[in-house]
Design a protein around this ligand. Structure first.
Ligand code: KG4
Ligand code: ZN
Length: 319
């Protein structure tokens, strides 16, 4: 079974060909350099860029000898995402499906992220997926491969957004996650340098839901209060202290999830924030579980995860 997966929900245009259990090819175009000039994604710009990028992708796939006539189905991201961006991907998928007379499979982007963990590994179920990106912060529980349940989500901002906002306030640039991650890898704070930000969302009613905006406000207030002293040392102390608070928070949430669902066999991490070294290490530290952190190209938005999710959808339909 050969499935073409097309992703365009945000600012990445990506197409991959899945042949049974392996990704034969994947071509992705990021727009990060363009949006970095504006300090964030401009939806109108994103859809216009997608139009150009899908044309490049098509040329690239053809030059690699990909024969669309042998594809069995074409999957695309239907939702959620930026409406204009989704529309471009849908039109690209529809044009290919019409021209080559192939069935179209609509895929939920979040299911795509969940299945990114299965691209190169067999998952042992039940699986708990932690999806952390610029648009989403969620726990997805799959007791079986065909029962994906949202068991926790952010009540306000997504974690990637928080990294970006704090880095911007600190003058570190966009996207903020990699900048804060780099400082955290390069420097270790001593106890007098560490700022004690409060771990967010400790209200027991929150269960597995997240709330990041309180921590964001705390950090931003701290920056404002100390703006006269904001040299590179202070910048570093704030960024690293924020990172440490996030680790404590994620750890407490994962621990709670494991208490609520002791049957969990596998813990996975997905989404762009999964690039964060300390968060990856946190996931790997759960040695009593199988832990899966996909390759970076499958953590950020990509066509392979959409093809994989479509494959699983077909397996379910044929059961
Ligand atoms: O999934 P993704 O590539 O795109 C969308 O959400 O559309 O995630 C992007 C987010 C950005 O907010 C970025 O700052 C964050 O992922 N990010 C990171 C790191 N690399 C990217 N956050 C923390 N640490 C990182 N190393
Ligand atoms: Zn995504």
């Amino acid at each position: 079974m050969k499935i073409l997966g097309i992703e365009s929900s945000h600012d990445d245009a990506s197409v991959a060909l899945l042949d049974n259990d392996s990704i034969v090819v994947m071509t992705s175009y990021s727009q990060i350099d363009i949006h970095a000039q504006f300090g964030g994604t401009i939806p109108e710009v994103a859809s216009r860029e997608h139009i150009k990028n899908f044309a490049f992708i098509l040329e690239d796939l053809k030059s690699k000898g990909i024969d669309f006539t042998i594809v069995d189905a074409i999957a695309y991201t239907k939702e959620p995402g930026l409406l204009g961006s989704l529309q471009v991907g849908f039109l690209f998928a529809s044009a290919l499906a019409m021209f080559y007379n192939k069935p179209l499979i609509p895929i939920n982007h979040l299911h795509g992220h969940f299945w990114s963990a299965a691209i190169e590994q067999n998952l042992k179920f039940p699986v708990l997926g932690l999806l952390l990106s610029g648009g989403h912060s969620q726990f997805i529980l799959a007791k079986t491969p065909f029962n994906l349940e949202l068991v926790g989500t952010t009540q306000d901002d997504a974690l990637g957004e928080i990294y970006d906002k704090i880095a911007r306030k600190l003058g570190l640039g966009f996207p903020g996650g990699p900048k804060i991650d780099k400082l955290n890898q390069e420097f270790t704070l001593n106890s007098s340098e560490l700022i004690n930000f409060t771990i967010p969302g400790q209200n027991p009613e929150f269960l597995l839901n997240f709330s990041f905006s309180g921590l964001k406000t705390q950090v931003i207030n701290y920056i404002h209060k100390n703006k006269d002293k904001l040299d590179s040392k202070m910048q570093k102390n704030i960024a690293i202290s924020f990172q440490k608070t996030i680790i404590k928070y994620l750890k407490s949430k994962i621990n709670l999830a494991l208490e609520i669902y002791p049957e969990i066999q596998t813990l996975t991490l997905m989404g762009g924030v999964a690039a964060n070294l300390e968060i990856r290490q946190l996931i790997k530290s759960y040695e009593q579980l199988n832990t899966v952190v996909p390759k970076m190209q499958y953590c950020t938005d990509n066509g392979a995860m959409i093809a994989k999710a479509a494959q699983m959808k077909l397996v379910e339909e044929n059961q």
